[in-house]
Design a protein around this ligand. Structure first.
Ligand code: AMP
Length: 221
C-alpha cells in the first residue's frame, strides 16, 4: 500500500490533475466527506487528509510514504532553505509548481521600515514562519524580536503587537484590505513532493511510478 498525505483545499485541488496523470482518481470530495482516509481507483494507493503543517511529520515518521506541502511548511519543519533534508530525512524529489505564493515582510501603511532597518532599530516581527523569519533577519543583520502567531497575522501591526509581519502573500489583496504594504520579498514558495526515504527503498517500483508520472505531467524528463 502506498499512502499519500495531502491537505484539503488548494493543495488537494491542485494535486488532482497530477494524480490523474499518474492514473489515480480520488472519488470522494474531501470538502464533503468526513473520512480522513480516502481510497483511490488503485487498490494499492490511498490518500490521507492531514493539516498542511502535519504533512512533513507524517512522511518523516512513515505514517505516509509520500506527501505534498508548501516549501514554507517544509522549512519550518527543519528542512534546509536549499531543499536539503537537514535533520528531517525527507527526500524532496519534485517542485510541483502548485499553490505558488511568496513569503514577504509587510508593515502598516506609513511605517518607515527602511528607516527603522537603517537606524538599527530592534524590530518586533509577528509570524507563523519563525524559522524563515529568523534566518532572513539574521542574514540581513537586523535585530528582531519574533512573536509567534498561528493566524490573522495582519492584525499584529494594526494593533501595535508588532512593527512588521512575515506572511504568505499571493495576490496581495489581503495586505491591501488591511492597509499593509509588502516591503521585502523573502522567498518564492510552491508545493513540493516529499518522500520517506525508507519507503522509497522498500516500495521502490510503485513509488517511482507515481514520482515519474508526476514529473512527466510537469514536463520534466
Ligand atoms: P492574497 O490575499 O492573495 O495575497 O493571499 C494571502 C492570504 O492567503 C494569506 O493570509 C496567506 O496566508 C494565504 N495564502 C496565500 N497563498 C497561499 C498558499 N499558497 N498556501 C497557503 N496559504 C496561502
Amino acid at each position: 500500500m502506498i499512502t499519500l498525505a495531502l491537505s484539503k483545499g488548494r493543495i488537494f485541488d491542485e494535486t488532482l490533475p497530477l494524480l490523474r496523470a499518474a492514473g489515480i482518481e480520488v472519488p470522494d470530495d474531501p470538502e464533503k466527506t468526513r473520512k480522513l482516509i480516502l481510497a483511490t481507483n488503485q487498490p494499492e494507493v490511498r490518500v490521507v487528509l492531514v493539516r498542511a503543517t502535519d504533512v512533513p511529520t507524517y512522511v518523516q515518521y512513515g505514517g505516509a510514504d509520500l506527501g505534498i506541502t508548501g516549501l514554507d511548511t517544509l522549512i519550518e519543519h527543519g528542512m534546509e532553505w536549499g531543499g536539503a533534508a537537514g535533520s528531517t530525512g525527507l527526500y524532496q524529489p519534485l517542485d510541483l509548481q502548485i499553490a505558488k505564493c511568496r513569503v514577504s515582510v509587510a508593515v502598516r501603511e506609513g511605517y518607515d521600515y527602511a528607516a527603522a532597518v537603517r537606524q538599527g532599530a530592534r524590530l518586533r516581527v509577528a509570524t507563523k514562519y519563525v524559522a524563515i523569519a529568523r534566518e532572513f533577519f539574521a542574514a540581513k543583520g537586523v535585530h528582531v524580536d519574533l512573536i509567534k502567531l498561528y493566524g490573522s497575522m495582519e492584525l499584529a501591526p494594526l494593533t501595535g503587537l508588532a512593527d512588521a509581519i512575515v506572511d504568505l502573500v499571493s495576490t496581495g489583496n489581503t495586505l491591501k484590505a488591511n492597509h499593509l504594504v509588502e516591503v521585502e520579498r523573502i522567498m518564492d514558495i510552491s508545493s513540493r513532493l516529499v518522500v520517506n526515504q525508507a519507503a522509497l527503498k522498500l516500495k521502490r517500483e510503485p513509488m517511482r511510478k507515481i514520482i515519474d508520472a508526476f514529473g512527466k505531467a510537469l514536463g520534466q524528463p
